[in-house]
Design a protein around this ligand. Structure first.
Ligand code: SF4
Ligand code: FES
Length: 277
């Protein structure tokens, strides 16, 4: 792993296509796209320059980046990781714990020591995409395996899975948001392209006739099929965005091309539209 330099770039600068011109790395651009504008939205004041510089130096000391681009921040009581490629920009982190997850600061931006570890862990557990994960170093409880496997169908957006996940043959934590519009450049994960392509699909699919599952947890295997749907194997409750359970299954083929007339299920439309992964 390498250290993050106390970069002199800020999230006030343009992200995305303009990022290289602004001196931002792709990782920084991803983060800025996720978090930019939050300070304005929340009315948070910028830190005085000297205080910000001191804070940034401390965060640079404790922040490293893996070869896969995951930021790993080792605080006194917990380790927090951030994988910008998975972030779907819900801003739960910067809105719930702005002292820990700092928007619009220079360079390293996560300070695990700035709040009670349980409060930081709560934000991590509520990061639907799994972009944020944590490990407690203070003897507190680690994130528990979900007792009930769920996938929430998000309005005009991705699937949000919570389970002991295996995705494409690899263990993948307990949380993930997977593309269902077909446009992500980071399939099977959502990269927020659904906004760019103006994907429209209800988050309130009809309720199916289903029986309670004998087992509600256990490992959930997700195998993205080439040019086809997500093949899901394992106990799974499918829920609408409102929280209503719409189906209970031991396996399913879920549409990920965006074209099924029977969403969230695959109806074979990927062949008709020539969906390519
Ligand atoms: S809570 Fe997770 S998905 Fe939402 S902005 Fe923060 S890191 Fe991204
Ligand atoms: S659903 Fe988010 S990129 Fe496809």
């Amino acid at each position: 792993m390498r250290k993050i330099p106390a970069a002199n770039t800020t999230c006030d600068e343009p992200a995305g296509a303009d990022a290289p011109a602004a001196g931002l790395t792709r990782r920084e651009a991803l983060r800025c796209a996720a978090l930019g504008g939050v300070a304005a939205a929340t009315g948070a004041a910028a830190l005085p320059a000297a205080a910000q510089q001191a804070g940034t130096a401390k965060l640079a000391e404790i922040t490293e980046v893996t070869a896969e681009g995951v930021e790993v921040v080792t605080g006194k009581r917990m380790v927090v990781r951030f994988d910008g490629k998975r972030c779907i920009h819900t801003r739960v982190c910067v809105l719930r714990q702005p002292e820990v997850f700092k928007a619009n600061v220079k360079g390293p931006w996560i300070d695990p020591d700035a709040a009670d570890p349980e409060e930081v862990a709560d934000v991590s557990r509520n990061c639907a995409s799994g972009a944020i994960t944590h490990t407690r170093l203070d003897g507190g409880p680690q994130e528990a395996t979900p007792r009930v496997n769920t996938v929430t169908v998000r309005e005009d957006g991705p699937y949000a899975f919570r389970a002991d996940l295996s995705i494409d043959g690899r263990p993948d934590g307990f949380r993930a948001t997977l593309c269902r519009c077909g446009a992500s450049a980071n399939k099977p994960y959502c990269d927020s392209s659904h906004k760019k392509v103006k994907f429209t699909a209800t988050g309130e699919p009809p309720t199916q006739d289903s029986q309670p599952l004998a087992q509600r947890g256990g490992q959930l295997l997700i195998e993205p099929q080439k040019d086809g749907p997500l093949q899901v194997t394992g106990n799974l409750e499918i829920t609408a965005g409102s929280g209503r359970t719409t189906d209970r299954v031991a396996g399913a083929l879920l549409c990920r091309c965006g074209a099924s007339a029977n969403k969230p299920y695959c109806d074979g439309s990927h062949e008709r539209i020539g969906f390519k992964t």
